[in-house]
Design a protein around this ligand. Structure first.
Ligand code: PLP
Length: 409
């Protein structure tokens, strides 16, 4: 058994460690700088200034204007606010009889369950686009689904919302958001994207791609938990579903989480500065792990974008390696890895706790003999080459042990 300080943390899609520079930036606002930024005295003005500086940092990371960034409590709230707020606003468009949301089966529950609620309560009808087998949501599949339904981009009213994630949290797929934005525009739809796993890891640029709404969360890029943001492009129809004291210009009420916001700003700044260097380093570790696992463990599939296909390789998040092993239970593997000092998961933290097969793996058609044996490894700049070698050894050994115990031939 490994000593505690030898822990190998390979679950960065679940959450990341707060970067020491982020913590340093936050601490003053948990100590003497604790004032409520809405108050009328000096320390409060200082807190307000810190919030607005952080807003600029987050806006800069995505190519937005600061007044298009609204702080929330995280990715879940941003997704929910984006979909319900935009739907409420376009619902006021005269002459339309029903609003449509187009999405897919691979979204995070924050989007899926919001959509299910909107459908169940009769606020919108849902159209789902089928993913490709490697997990991409194709712009052409989206276009085909909308074709012939009479949607046009004529007039200022919107027909509905397209909500497709920028990158998938289980299999690391990076979607062609540029192509998807083009389809949204042609058909008169707003485009929302859950960019929680993408922000800070790959370029996400609203000045280049036609996102109308974009959700993100600080704890996936070295920031603290409980702070997120919703980007709303200027001019996007939006009626907030958050009522209270009117903070965040009435879009998201509630006293600001000043230290969290400051941490998010600092994390965004660091991620922007380090993105390319980290991408090269982390994807190198990922490729080494993938090549060892695929070569050394028989009956393994890499779920999501292909292993060594040059075109697809760059369409997998830099830190994401996801596998399915035939004939074992992923949950047993995660326990064995934990006993050996490795933190990894079967899929998303949410599906791991429910004990159900992942909706993402079933959505891309992973076969029944493999689907229960999933393992998601997500790396960060904090991982070392030595950790990757040790993890590969331990994973190979653990899969072999589980197969032997289960009489797998
Ligand atoms: N969307 C995606 C793709 C995620 O991976 C997550 C978190 O795992 C969320 C939304 C929810 O974000 P938060 O934990 O900040 O609520």
């Amino acid at each position: 058994m490994m000593a505690k300080n030898e822990l190998i943390y390979l679950d960065n899609a679940a959450t990341t460690k707060v970067d020491p520079l982020v913590l340093e930036a936050m601490l003053p606002y948990l100590e003497d700088g604790f004032a409520n930024p809405s108050a009328g005295y000096g320390p409060a003005h200082k807190a307000r200034h810190a919030v607005e500086e952080a807003r600029k940092e987050v806006a800069e990371l995505i190519g937005a204007e600061p007044d298009e960034v609204f702080f929330t409590s995280g990715g879940t709230e941003s997704d929910q606010l984006a979909l319900s707020g935009a739907l409420a606003a376009i619902g006021g468009c005269a002459g339309r009889s029903g609003f449509v949301i187009v999405s897919d089966e691979l979204e995070h529950p924050a989007v899926r369950n919001t959509l299910a609620h909107l459908e169940k309560t009769g606020q919108a009808s849902l159209i789902k686009v089928k993913p490709e087998s490697n997990g991409f949501i194709g712009a052409s599949a989206l276009s085909e689904v909308l074709e012939g339904r009479g949607f046009t981009s004529a007039g200022t009213c919107k027909n509905g919302i397209i909500s497709i994630m920028t990158a998938n949290n289980e299999i690391g797929t990076i979607n062609d958001m540029d192509g998807i934005a083009g389809v949204a525009e042609q058909n008169g739809f707003l485009l929302h994207s859950d960019a929680v796993q993408a922000l800070g890891h790959i370029p996400v640029d609203v000045s280049r791609i036609g996102f109308d709404l974009l959700s993100a969360s600080a704890h996936k890029l070295g920031g603290p938990k409980g702070i997120g943001m919703l980007y709303i492009r200027r001019g996007t129809p939006f009626s907030s579903m958050s009522f209270g004291g009117g903070q965040e210009r009435g879009i998201r009420s509630g006293t600001e989480n000043v230290a969290g916001i400051v941490g998010f700003g600092r994390a965004a700044q660091l991620a922007g500065n380090r993105m390319e260097e980290d991408r090269v380093y982390v994807s190198g570790l990922r490729d080494r792990l993938i090549s060892r696992i695929c070569a050394e463990i028989p009956d393994t599939i890499l779920t999501g974008p292909a292993c060594f296909n040059e075109e697809e390789k760059d369409r997998r998040l830099p830190g994401s390696a996801s596998f399915a092993f035939r004939g074992i239970q992923g949950s047993s593997l995660v326990i064995r890895l934990d006993m050996a000092g490795i933190c990894a998961s079967t899929g998303s933290a949410c599906s791991a706790s429910s004990g159900k097969n992942s909706h993402v793996l079933s959505g891309i058609g992973v076969s029944p003999e493999y689907i229960g044996g999933s393992l998601r490894i997500t790396l960060s700049r904090g991982n070392t080459p030595d950790e990757i070698e040790r993890a590969a050894d331990i994973i190979a050994q653990s899969v072999a042990d589980l197969r032997r115990l289960g009489n797998y031939h």
